[in-house]
Design a protein around this ligand. Structure first.
Ligand SMILES: NC(=O)c1ccc[n+]([C@@H]2O[C@H](COP(=O)([O-])OP(=O)(O)OC[C@H]3O[C@@H](n4cnc5c(N)ncnc54)[C@H](OP(=O)(O)O)[C@@H]3O)[C@@H](O)[C@H]2O)c1
Length: 261
């Protein structure tokens, strides 16, 4: 028995064996949280079909896990790419786990509609169209985890469009959870807090501005620092597992305490 976690070996092994030879499809897998999720699932025996526009750091994992990890180059805003992803997934077997994780964030004026459209196209429509394209490939039971955001219930000047895209996705996921339950497909969200990934480098801020944003956020983080991607990935893994079999339509915040205020 582990003195810290209170988990005995048998329970721990069960958690590992339930993942063996299952198939996961993860978008936005080339870096950050998506990559950390691949790195968490592969040692548990999961086969992973990863999608992103660039291959990023996936080759490092491919060197270790061989063709247990397959990469499908594609853009979640492109229906043809999503169709190709679905074809690859159906050739590999029913999809036990689906994580439409691809996402972007862009600092913009809150009334800048093209900025909203760009972010909605990936964060909202991209995630929902991923489920739409893959729904016919889902196993029964299956678990789908969308990625929300720590900011969906609050404000952050410059990120309104990003927040709105994630808030709409969060609202959609609740009703989808009810609709998919009859197919034995659980749908939930995991909402990361400020996580140290390359997303922050693509906001369109210079180094000083980025430092100011990091300081503002850091003041509300209970350990005083950003999350690492694997802390978010670990919660997604549990949400995918049978351990979370009673959880439907929930939005789990993994945010180092940010939303406590
Ligand atoms: N980091 C945070 O603080 C934070 C906070 C709240 C929510 N999130 C959410 O967490 C998720 C993961 O982000 P991250 O922090 O890990 O950032 P990241 O390291 O920048 O990863 C984003 C991933 O999405 C992929 N991607 C972007 N646009 C895509 C597109 N059109 N089609 C396919 N793939 C695309 C990127 O790969 P390519 O560029 O190769 O396509 C990359 O693999 C996102 O949904 C993000 O909104 C992050």
């Amino acid at each position: 028995m582990s003195p810290v976690l209170g988990i005995d070996d048998a329970q721990e092994n069960m958690m590992y064996t339930e993942f063996q030879d299952r198939l996961a499809v993860i978008t936005g897998a080339s870096s950050g949280i998506g990559l950390a999720l691949c790195a968490a699932l592969l040692p548990r025996g999961v086969k992973v079909l990863a999608m992103s526009r660039t291959v990023g750091e996936l080759p490092t994992l491919q060197q270790i896990y061989g063709d247990r990890l397959q990469w499908c180059a594609g853009d979640v805003t492109c229906q043809d790419d999503l169709r190709s992803l679905a074809e690859r997934a159906s050739a590999l077997g029913p999809v036990d786990y689906l994580v439409p994780n691809a996402g972007i964030a862009e600092m913009a004026n809150s009334l800048d509609m093209p900025a909203f459209q760009r972010q909605w196209a990936v964060n909202g429509a991209g995630a929902l169209n991923t489920l739409a394209a893959l729904r016919g490939t889902l196993a029964s039971p299956a678990s789908v985890v969308f990625i929300g955001s720590f900011l969906t219930g609050s404000s952050f000047p410059g990120l309104a469009a990003c927040i709105a895209s994630k808030a709409a996705l969060t609202a959609q996921a609740r009703t989808l959870a009810v609709e998919f339950a009859r197919f034995d497909v659980r749908i939930n969200l995991v909402s990361p807090g400020p996580t140290a990934t390359s997303m922050w480098n693509h906001l369109g801020l210079n180094e000083e501005e980025l430092g100011d944003v990091a300081n503002t956020l850091g003041k509300r983080l209970l350990p005083g620092h950003f999350l690492d991607a694997s802390a978010v990935a670990n919660v997604i893994v549990f949400q995918l597992s049978q351990g979370a079999r009673g959880v439907y339509g929930q939005d789990w915040k993994v945010d180092n305490g940010y939303t406590l205020g």
